[in-house]
Ligand binder design. Structure first.
Ligand SMILES: Cc1cc2nc3c(=O)[nH]c(=O)nc-3n(C[C@H](O)[C@H](O)[C@H](O)COP(=O)(O)O)c2cc1C
Length: 322
């Protein structure tokens, strides 16, 4: 089994990815980058360029993700990214946000299967790189996935990454595990499971579930992707990979957290001018990380309310001092 870090726009930019890689990178086979939406006039803005520069992704296998419904735009950005050395790209067919969906992109593209088919046909007839898709299972109903999978089966995908929720569910509710099992029966491409993996137990439950169904082809699932679970426990993929290779995984991950945290603060500090941007990034991360610190609600509130970096750091120290 391979383990991937999910793209999380606004969070898993290159600063986060590098800290993750240096502190808790063991077992992470691929780092998917938050989406790039092709521009019409120039290739990349400064923020995007920072994210894709090879020196900002050194030592890790990073995969850029493209959000578009235009084959011409995709092929253009493929060339631009090729100049930076990227030979594998991912296409975003899952973003549920209203502004993206209303333009027929991300999960919004799933509402037009025939157009999606034409888009993939044009791309696969011309591309020179490996391509994977990251897809939801539909816009409104899981049954939409049957038609979508027929389309995906026509193309030689590097892998089909399935987040088994429909657009209207956003990130809520239980994933449609049965629809993923349908993919295990019928996909012609290797599969990657994504959604709600938050612990080794949740991974084991998933495997057990697949074993129970005779029709499920376990061998077809070659990878799993983890997003919010890693934000809550940065060592989660290390633990999953250790479990998968039969090693002990109850590591002292919590001990590394303060240094991981300080590295992020320092690197965001270098990237942004002013404390406010650093605080914004770190507070967003704490909205996930805090679940690892039960009983620290007062400190969590102090983190949320902090207006200056010193106040913030003092509250963080109180969380870490157990
Ligand atoms: C804040 C946030 C940003 C996200 N950004 C992206 C993105 O840029 N591209 C993408 O394909 N998915 C994005 N996702 C979806 C995640 O990659 C992932 O599919 C989803 O969170 C489910 O996996 P999880 O339960 O392991 O987090 C985002 C999700 C969140 C919560």
């Amino acid at each position: 089994m391979k383990f991937y870090l999910a793209p999380l726009e606004g969070i898993t930019g290159y600063i986060y990815r590098n800290a993750q890689h240096d502190f808790f990178g063991a077992g992470i086979d691929k780092y998917f980058m938050p989406f790039l939406a092709p521009h019409t006039k120039r290739s990349f803005n400064a923020k995007e360029k920072n994210d894709i520069l090879p020196e900002h992704n050194a030592g890790m296998y990073a995969v850029p993700q493209i959000l578009t419904n235009s084959a011409a735009d995709f092929l253009r950005i493929e060339k631009d990214l090729g100049a930076f050395g990227y030979r594998e790209l991912n296409i975003n067919l899952g973003c549920p946000s209203g502004t993206v969906v209303s333009k027929g992109r991300g999960a919004g593209f799933l509402a037009s299967p025939e157009k999606l088919d034409q888009f993939l046909e044009e791309i696969f007839s011309k591309t020179e790189v490996k391509i994977s898709l990251k897809t939801r299972i539909g816009m409104e109903e899981p049954e939409e996935f049957f038609r979508l999978l027929e389309i995906y089966n026509k193309y030689p995908l590097e892998e089909l990454i399935v987040h088994p929720r429909v657009q209207k569910e956003l990130y809520r509710g239980t994933p449609h595990y049965e629809t993923f099992r349908y993919a295990m029966e019928h996909s012609k491409n290797p599969l990657c499971y994504n959604g709600d993996l938050v612990s080794v137990d949740s991974y084991v439950n998933l495997l057990t579930d697949w074993e129970k169904e005779q029709a499920c082809d376990r061998a077809k699932v070659t990878s799993v992707m983890v997003g919010r679970g890693v934000l809550k426990d940065p060592a989660l993929i290390e633990k999953l990979a250790a479990y998968a290779s039969g090693e002990a995984y109850g590591t002292d991950a919590k001990k590394k957290l303060p240094a991981f945290h300080d590295r992020l603060v320092a690197d965001y500090g270098k990237e942004f001018s002013g404390d406010q941007n650093v605080l914004f990034k770190m507070k967003e991360l704490w909205s996930y990380l805090i679940v690892r610190f039960p009983g620290k609600e007062k400190e969590a509130k102090a983190i949320r309310k902090a207006k200056r970096l010193e106040e913030y750091q003092a509250a963080v120290r109180r969380v870490f001092s157990e």
